[in-house]
Ligand binder design. Sequence first.
Ligand SMILES: *Cc1c(COP(=O)(O)O)cnc(C)c1O
Length: 408
Amino acid sequence: MSSTPLTAGTHRVPGKWPNANGRFGEFGGRFVPETLMGPVEQLERAYEQARCDANFQAELKRLLKDFAGRPTPLYHARRLSARLGGAQIFLKREDLLHTGAHKINNCLGQGLLAQRMGKARLIAETGAGQHGVATATVAALLGLECCVYMGEEDMTRQAPNVFRMRLLGAQVIPVSSGSKTLKDAINEGMRDWVTNVGNTHYLMGSVLGPHPYPMMVRDFHRVIGQEARGQVLELAGRLPDYLFACVGGGSNSIGLFYDFIPDREVKMVGVEAGGRSLRLGDHAARFAGGKPGVLHGTYTYVLQNEDGLIAATHSISAGLDYPAVGPEHALLHQSGRVEYTQASDAEALEAARELSRTEGIIPALESAHALAEVIRRASTLSREAIILVNLSGRGDKDLGIFQSAGIL
Ligand SMILES: *Cc1c(COP(=O)(O)O)cnc(C)c1O
């Protein structure tokens, strides 16, 4: 049984990671050029002060509540549970947040931090545009200038989000280098940061990048697990048997998992993008085909070829389509505390259809990967078992993909 108090919002520290060097075991760290050392050290100091400052925390809490819509409900999906004939399934409704996904938690945190550091300008990378939209939203809210780097390829694929960002007052800068996608946008953003660090904060979108980003972004998403813990205790009277979440960079999953890590009886499953097949280039399942290496400033599991070149990736959901995973996940994988598995494009589409029809909730394709794994397992569990799934976002952004996939 759990050795920690069964209440929500206790400020216990579930893990000792990262250490002072930003390491999660052997993973993480700070692999950046000399020119970026100053900026990341300045950020680390500012964050250390902010996280202990009651005014900062109170302002963040206020915006999470009044602007973003926290707390999000924990919803017992009774029809889905009955239909699968096994465990009781509870959905953590991050899809109900402003801008449609969990990303706003982190953007509000880093936006307030930038303001506190006296930085008048935010820059961000974006793949599908979801993180760009959340960053542009927070920039507008706080009166900061905003500049979003986006691969040219992605700008064509995600035109509505480009328009949203511009409507919110952000400048969207096309990136035409490399594969013209997310990883190239991060490279360009980093270059901008080095040049303009005096007035600019780089707002990283997931638990990636050099220390302190993986720790800081995790901390801003911990609210998901803290709320869920209190809610499941209230609704079911005990801790859940399983947690499920999809893993792109790994922010919504670590946000849910983190406060349950000391509860050994709670099993955790992270679901990566299995794509078209498990052949290199056809998926984004780092723990199925990757090996340790450095990408964008951190040492972690990376999809790479035999020469160590970053591999091409594929997923039907842009939010999961990235060749590296957050370093804390690499440690949780190594220690066995979290089990990592994959769902394919086809399984995610089918899971999205199932949830839409059974519960009246159209999930984001990313979240549908976690649901696909739940659909696979629920019937093997008893009717008393409790499963908690992070519904990281809503499916509005994916309607075009649903339509062209012909899932009706
Ligand atoms: C961006 C995104 C993800 C993937 O990012 P993580 O950092 O792994 O959480 C998952 N779900 C949704 C809805 C997203 O927008």
